[in-house]
Design a protein around this ligand. Sequence first.
Ligand code: FPP
Length: 238
Amino acid sequence: MPIFKKKKTAERILPEHIAIIMDGNGRWAKKRALPRTAGHAAGSKKFKEIARYCNKIGLKYLTVYAFSTENWKRPKDEVDNIMKIFKEYLEDTKNFKDENIKLQFIGERSVLDPEIQRLMKQSEEDSKNATGLHLNIAINYGGRDEIVHAVKDIIASGVKADDVTEQMISERLYTSGQPDPDFIIRPSGEYRLSNYLIWQSAYAEYWFSDILWPDFKTSDLEKAIDDFNKRNRRFGGV
Ligand code: FPP
């Protein structure tokens, strides 16, 4: 019979919704004297590893920033390369099939290549009944653009100015029906939100790190979640 009972450690709380800005691909490549395209390929590989890990630990929602409405300003070659990587990911039948991950794409998709749009729709359709991780991939996404769309929709539906509520806006965002992200991770040493989920992240906790996205490990994610557990979330209360 054991004399001492093992002390029970407090249970770790997982955020409900983690949002990641996958930044630093270009600098990762530059450090290795590789083209930026190699950085995006490494970033895409990292994205798959982290998404799978989030599913494994039981995270409910993950949103990753793959391409912003501002990223069109990059050289055409680089934009084409990111779209090619994205298309290859969508075409690869091994990606997340049979892994119980529900895929959703957020952003203005109507301007994307029609074949990419078709593959996006197909992936959403194929995974619609998955009950594991809900994975949002933000592509041609911009937070301000998203809010403008919501406001236009409210006005078009004839709501009087005095009757506009926060809920009406939330319901018209791409993330409608999902819990707001409570934890936002940005690697690569930048301390900005870059138009990412700006409405939804009003009460999120932020975690920044110098690690470049392709170097980001599952142990870094664990470290971030441990830090999240140390935060005292008061939501404006005391
Ligand atoms: C930011 O790093 C990264 C991007 C703008 C592109 C991210 C895209 C991927 C990881 C591939 C997407 C694919 C899938 C399958 C979702 P940066 O280029 O701004 O890096 P830098 O700041 O070091 O230049």
